[in-house]
Design a protein around this ligand. Structure first.
Ligand SMILES: [Zn+2]
Length: 341
């Protein structure tokens, strides 16, 4: 018998931590930290785990690695690329690379992975169980140009990224709007290990003269085999289209350029309170424009249909804000925090 206990991340935009007990083992899917300043998940009652499986390197999925000793210092499994992004926050002897696409065993459990379409090296997980299988998607997207989403195997229980709730606008329309807004120069802010490559490729495809920060230079080379001219805090000019980390102006080149005059900023991520982005947007000194890196309503429903899920647990969204998604999922919608899987 396998059992799921949601520690954090179901029915709210919050840290991802999901406990599965199966075959006498206790394993965690993701070990993330909170998104808002001062917000941290309560792991006091979690107890020891035998392993942590990470979907990708973003802090709301991997940000608690500094607190591994509180759960018995278990080994951490992630793709080689994700482990590369986590370099420095994880002791090498605890790091174990797993395939981005494939099947492997852990202590008698059979797991499969596939690429998630949301972040370089990011993966979803399938766990074989006696009552039909379980999928944990981590963060996923079907609309990335540079990062594919591998199809899910069949599973009775689907714990799926539904961050956008009822949002259904296609990425292509969003790209068109941002390219129009950025054509005379803008800083497009993005997280490391995220949408940076897609942004550079899409803006270049719209004929814009794209420049990138050093972080995004390395990502576009690694992910797409393409390079763009690099600018830094001194050489960047306001009339350039610049793809830069971090996503809310809190660090990296985007933070450096905030202290110089004349740059226009376009943010597109989740904006936590207290970040430079939140303040600038509130004062109408910067724009927020959507760029899908999570599934739209139609995607969540199609993925649930395709894998034959009888129970769908929507992660990273407050379902009171998503009545259309709730209606579309119907009887499959499940908000229980403990269940056999
Ligand atoms: Zn993410």
């Amino acid at each position: 018998m396998a059992r799921l206990t949601v520690i954090s991340g179901l029915n709210s935009k919050s840290a991802a931590i999901f406990l599965v007990e199966a075959g006498g083992k206790r394993i965690l899917f993701d070990f993330g930290d909170g998104l808002e300043p001062g917000e941290h998940p309560d792991i006091s009652g979690l107890g020891a785990a035998e392993a942590v499986f990470l979907s990708h390197a973003h802090s709301d999925h991997a940000g608690l690695l500094s607190r591994l000793e509180e759960i018995g210092t278990p080994p951490v499994f992630a793709s080689a690329r994700t482990l590369g992004f986590l370099n420095g926050s994880l002791r090498p002897e605890l790091s174990h690379a797993i395939p981005e696409r494939g099947t492997f065993s852990f202590e008698g459990l059979t797991l499969s992975t596939g690429r998630c379409g949301h972040a370089p090296g990011g993966i979803w997980f399938h766990l074989a169980t006696e009552i039909g299988g379980f999928i944990y998607t981590g963060d996923i997207s079907l609309e990335s140009r540079g990062m594919p989403l591998d199809p899910f195997p069949r599973a009775r229980t689907l714990l799926i990224d539904a961050s956008y709730g009822d949002r259904d606008l296609p990425l292509e329309a969003q790209i068109q709007a941002i390219a129009e807004e950025a054509k005379n120069g803008a800083v497009l802010c993005c997280p490391a290990a995220g949408r940076g490559t897609d942004m550079a490729l899409a803006m270049a495809a719209h004929g814009l003269d794209v420049h990138v920060s050093d972080v995004i230079f390395r990502e576009t080379r690694m992910t797409a085999g393409k390079t763009f001219p690099v600018v830094d805090a001194q050489s960047a000019r306001p009339d350039q289209v610049i793809i830069a980390t971090e996503s809310n102006g809190e660090a990296g080149l985007s933070a450096d350029l905030l202290v110089r005059d004349g740059f226009r900023f376009i943010f597109s991520s989740h904006v936590p309170n207290g970040t430079p982005a939140a303040e600038l947007i509130a004062r109408k000194r910067a724009l927020w424009m959507p760029w899908n890196v999570h599934p739209r309503k139609r995607d969540v429903v199609a993925l649930a249909d395709n894998c034959g899920a009888e129970r769908v647990l929507p992660a990273f969204v407050d379902m009171t804000t998503a009545p259309e998604l709730a209606r579309a999922l119907g009887q499959r919608l499940t908000l229980d925090t403990e269940m056999e899987i």
